[in-house]
Design a protein around this ligand. Structure first.
Ligand code: SF4
Length: 235
């Protein structure tokens, strides 16, 4: 769902934002999760992001304000996930194009991030071919340095970093993306892959869990007397 009237400032429906995220790409990153996903993967841990009318509407300029702040605070990258970011392609394109411009300013001589390597990572549940045959989606992804593509398939677990199932592909698209992600294409991780952050009246988990990691977390919490209610993977 998208609402970008001509001449109006573009807006994106957003589930949440956070800095620093350390479980979705290298280093400390600004995370932006879009709201709305119609792909309905069985076993999705983010069912709270499915409703396209949930979350809140944010202007692209307010999201770029968060990116400027994160760059000044040492961000190594921007990760946009969801929800399904490419279900709002025009506003997403505007956000990513603005993020590229802000990065160029910040890393120029005298900027707050001079000399730092900073990348833009976009997650999508669409397959590469589904992106390529849609002009608006293709236009949006051209600003990203790297994509993670493909539906989450619970029956195909993986230890590959930053991917939830073995079918999902990490796809560098730019020279910067290749330089930064080549070493991670086949890298695996056997330990916990989630970052836990206290929210406003809730607890948020960032990252891509290994198979069984959410159930193990719930068991550990129950042992110390904590029962999760309203878990986003059970809605
Ligand atoms: S795993 Fe991602 S693409 Fe699949 S339903 Fe959940 S949010 Fe949508």
């Amino acid at each position: 769902m998208e609402n970008v009237p001509e001449c109006a400032e573009p807006t994106l429906r957003i589930s949440q934002t956070h800095f620093p995220v350390e479980a979705l790409g290298p280093g400390r990153r600004l995370g932006i999760w879009t709201q709305g996903c119609g792909l309905a993967c069985a076993g999705c841990m983010s069912r709270h992001t499915w409703d396209p009318l949930g979350g809140a509407s944010h202007t692209v300029s307010s999201l770029l304000g968060l990116w400027h702040e994160a760059l000044a605070r040492g961000a190594d990258g921007l990760t946009v996930s969801g929800g399904e970011p490419l279900d709002q392609p025009a506003a997403l394109e505007s956000l990513l194009a603005g993020a590229v411009r802000a990065r160029a300013e910040a890393t120029a001589p005298g900027g707050p991030a001079t000399g730092r390597e900073i990348d833009i990572l976009l997650y999508t549940g669409y397959e590469q071919e589904e992106v390529e045959r849609d002009a608006a989606r293709s236009a949006a992804v051209r600003h990203a340095d790297v994509l993670v593509t493909g539906r989450f398939r619970a029956a195909e677990p993986t230890a590959l970093v930053w991917r939830g199932s073995a079918n999902q592909r990490l796809r560098p698209r730019t020279a910067r993306g290749w330089a930064r992600y080549q070493e991670h294409l086949a890298r695996t991780e056997s330990g916990p892959r989630l970052q836990m952050v206290e929210g406003e009246g809730d607890v948020r988990l960032y990252g891509v869990p290994r198979r069984g990691e959410l159930a193990a977390l719930e068991r550990r919490l129950r042992r110390v007397g904590i029962t999760l209610t309203g878990a986003s993977w059970r809605r």
